[in-house]
Design a protein around this ligand. Structure first.
Ligand SMILES: [Zn+2]
Length: 117
């Protein structure tokens, strides 16, 4: 079976486990994979950081209430958090590091701060 290089499309000549036609293509391919991963990680980290700053800004005392509308207006993204905590009574807190939020009724949110001590 003829194998082709995933980077340039050339025929691969050589050992059966050879994946690229050349070192140059292998490096290019690996670098671009790496770059994509780095972008992905950086983008998610930026979202997490932004979310964290928003919670920190709103929750300057260790506990407060806010609205979904306010969070959204500040650019909060509910898809990004670092951990989930479900209480025995079934309430689910979403955390960004030590800042957490809990959905209350009528699109209100309770913001809390985790005691990390
Ligand atoms: Zn190639």
């Amino acid at each position: 079976m003829e194998r082709t290089c995933p980077e340039c499309g050339d025929k691969i000549i050589g050992r059966a486990d050879k994946k690229f036609c050349s070192d140059a293509c292998r490096n290019t391919h690996n670098n671009s994979l790496n770059k994509d991963n780095k972008n992905l990680v950086r983008n998610i980290n930026n979202r997490l950081r932004k979310n964290y700053r928003i919670l920190e800004t709103l929750n300057s005392e260790d506990k407060t209430k806010t609205t979904k509308e306010k969070l959204v207006r500040m650019g909060f993204s509910f898809d990004y958090f670092t951990s989930i905590y479900t209480t025995k009574s079934g309430s689910t807190y979403f955390y960004l590091y030590d800042q957490g939020y809990l959905l209350l009724d009528n699109d209100f949110y309770l913001l809390v701060k985790k005691d990390l001590k």
